[in-house]
Ligand binder design. Structure first.
Ligand SMILES: [Zn+2]
Length: 222
C-alpha cells in the first residue's frame, strides 16, 4: 500500500507547530452563515484529508512522527484490527475539531467550551501514559514508550504539542488564514507579526489577484 500520494501525505506543513498542522488536515473551513461564531458547532468543512485510518498514517509519515521502517507493520496491524483503526480515526477527528474550536475561541477572546477541553485532556492523558524519561548524552529527554505498532501513536505527539501551545506558547501569535474558504491556522513567528496567510503562494496570491480585479472593475466604472 502506497500512502505517499495521498493528500494527507502531500499537504503543506505551514502551521508552525505540529498541533496546528494537524488541525489543518481539514481545509476549506467555512462558518455556516446562519451562525455567528465559528466555534459554535457550525463549521462546514470543504476539504478533509483524514477520510480513513490510512490517511492518518500517511499524515504521520509526512510529519515524520512515523518512520518509513515502521509503516508496513502499522498497515498490517490496521488491517488486522479494523475496528480499532476506525476508532483511532474517530478520536483523531474529534481531537482535531475540538482543537480547532479551542483555537477559534482563543482568537475570539472567549473561553473554550468545557467539552472541547475535556476531549483534549483525554488525549493528553493517553499520551502521558506513553511518555518516559530517559537519559541522553547531555541530560534527560522525554521518549515515547515502545510505540512501533500502537495504532494511535501519531496522536500522542499531537496532544503533547497542543498542551505545549496552550501552556507555554504565545497565543497572540495564533491566527486563522484570511483566505476565503481556507481556515488554516498558523503561528505567526515573523518578527513584526505581519503574517496574514497560510502561504503567500496560495491564499496570499489569490487575495492579490482579487484586489487587482476589484481595482480594475472600479476603474472601469469610473
Ligand atoms: Zn489560506
Amino acid at each position: 500500500m502506497d500512502l505517499s500520494e495521498r493528500p494527507a501525505a502531500t499537504m503543506k506543513l505551514v502551521g508552525g507547530r505540529l498541533f496546528l498542522d494537524f488541525i489543518n488536515t481539514a481545509g476549506g473551513r467555512r462558518t455556516n452563515p446562519s451562525h455567528r461564531k465559528a466555534h459554535s458547532d457550525s463549521i462546514i468543512i470543504l476539504g478533509d484529508k483524514l477520510n480513513d485510518y490510512f490517511d492518518l498514517l500517511a499524515w504521520g509519515r509526512h510529519t515524520d512522527l512515523i518512520g518509513e521502517a515502521d509503516l508496513p507493520a502499522l498497515i498490517r496491524e490496521a488491517r488486522r484490527k479494523e475496528d480499532e483503526a476506525a476508532s483511532v480515526l474517530e478520536r483523531a477527528v474529534s481531537l482535531r475539531e475540538a482543537g480547532y474550536r479551542i483555537c477559534m475561541a482563543i482568537l475570539d477572546k472567549e473561553r473554550p467550551r468545557a467539552l472541547d477541553l475535556e476531549i483534549l485532556n483525554r488525549e493528553i492523558a493517553i499520551a502521558r501514559c506513553h511518555e518516559r524519561l530517559t537519559q541522553a548524552s547531555d541530560g534527560f529527554v522525554w521518549e515515547w514508550t515502545s510505540a512501533s505498532v500502537e495504532l494511535d501513536r501519531m496522536l500522542w505527539p499531537v496532544a503533547r504539542s497542543a498542551a505545549e501551545l496552550l501552556t507555554t506558547g504565545d497565543l497572540t501569535r495564533v491566527h486563522a488564514c484570511g483566505g476565503e474558504d481556507c481556515g488554516w491556522l498558523f503561528e505567526d513567528s515573523s518578527r513584526n507579526r505581519s503574517r496574514q496567510w497560510c502561504t503567500m503562494q496560495d491564499c496570499g496570491n489569490l487575495a492579490k489577484v482579487r484586489r487587482f480585479r476589484t481595482r480594475l472593475r472600479d476603474a472601469g466604472k469610473g
